[in-house]
Design a protein around this ligand. Structure first.
Ligand SMILES: [Zn+2]
Length: 323
């Protein structure tokens, strides 16, 4: 029966409010601690096996096409990053020239990036800089969209596919997982679904294990461009290995980590970011361990996180190339 004593009722309400306040404060403190304090990341020690064979043609090369950047406090890019440091997050496309067909990894920021940013929830918009869209950089190299055999998105988030809108008629190479993810009603793929006339070509992970990743797809059959599934950041995420005639091997990580500290320290993304994105922590940790182990065993492997501007210094900007 409810108390008829007004003093007792006020006491109960105040006590209840205090308990809720303390509970919220504890949850917020734990979330902040888990997100922003430095913490050593314990990883397994996987066996990455033998170095997979590769016979890249001598004419093969890679070039980076920077299309813009957006700002983020380092604290939101890896656990232990500083709130005082701003990272300029690369939105860079990679051009692979190959005699069997030129390929692009990711699509960077396109001509309509301003309107693409407006499709994001307000809290996710940050200051950004427009660069030159890839379509214009390709034209400056004397290339038309028809000279590109396909674009390989590392995943379908807006900052990796914005430029696809400009690359009409260029096939977009996706896995069956990516097809399902794109077709789902998730906010993650809303921008890509809004583009008209995107021509998807589906590939299968029909190859065996590759540097510890369970399956692979060899795009040209010569070991020069090999895609492996890395579905921790998003279900469609992949890592793309590009093996050059010089013997250098590049691993394009997409958003497995936002910055190279994720691999080098190693350090996870802040807990809060992982929950907002919906990442699968164990999958991401395992794939970070694989990349670290592969790099340690085979020092010719250079890993590049998609938003790490410093890491992209390993690849010259067009018109220069790396072979
Ligand atoms: Zn991204």
């Amino acid at each position: 029966m409810p108390s008829s004593n007004p003093t007792l009722n006020i006491k109960k309400i105040l006590t209840g409010s205090f308990v809720v306040f303390i509970a919220c404060a504890v949850v917020a403190s734990v979330a902040a601690w888990q997100s922003f304090t430095p913490a050593s990341l314990r990883l397994d020690d996987p066996d990455v096996g033998v170095l997979p064979p590769a016979l890249p043609p001598s004419a093969m090369s890679v070039t980076s096409l920077p299309t813009g950047s957006y700002d983020s406090p380092a604290a939101l890019t890896f656990r232990g990053g500083s709130w005082r440091e701003t990272r300029h997050m690369a939105m860079t496309q990679v051009l692979i020239r190959h005699p069997k067909g030129n390929l692009l990894i990711d699509a960077g920021a396109g001509t309509n990036v301003d309107s693409h940013v407006l499709t994001l929830p307000a809290m996710q918009r940050t200051p950004y800089r427009r660069g030159t869209p890839a379509i214009e950089q390709l034209a400056a190299l004397g290339m038309k969209p028809g000279d590109v055999a396909g674009v390989i998105p590392t995943h379908a988030h807006w900052d990796h596919i914005s430029g696809l809108q400009d690359l009409k008629d260029v096939p977009v190479l996706i896995s069956d997982r990516a097809r399902m993810f794109i077709a789902s009603e998730t906010e993650d793929t809303k921008l890509l679904r809004s583009f008209q006339n995107v021509r998807f070509i589906e590939y299968k992970f029909d190859g065996g294990s590759y540097l510890g990743f369970p399956r692979s797809h060899d795009v040209w059959g010569d070991g020069s461009v090999v895609i492996v599934p890395a579905p921790g950041h998003t279900p469609d995420s992949v890592v793309v290995f590009v093996n050059l005639p010089s013997g250098k091997r590049l691993a394009f990580l997409g958003d497995l980590t936002f910055q190279m500290e994720g691999i080098d320290l190693p350090a996870e993304k802040p807990w809060m970011m992982r929950r907002i994105i919906g990442e699968r922590d164990n999958e991401v940790r395992h794939d970070i361990a694989l990349i670290r182990a592969a790099r340690e065993k085979y020092p010719q492997i250079i890993a590049i996180a998609a938003h790490d501007s410093k890491a992209f210094q390993a690849i010259p900007v067009a018109p220069s190339t790396l072979r």
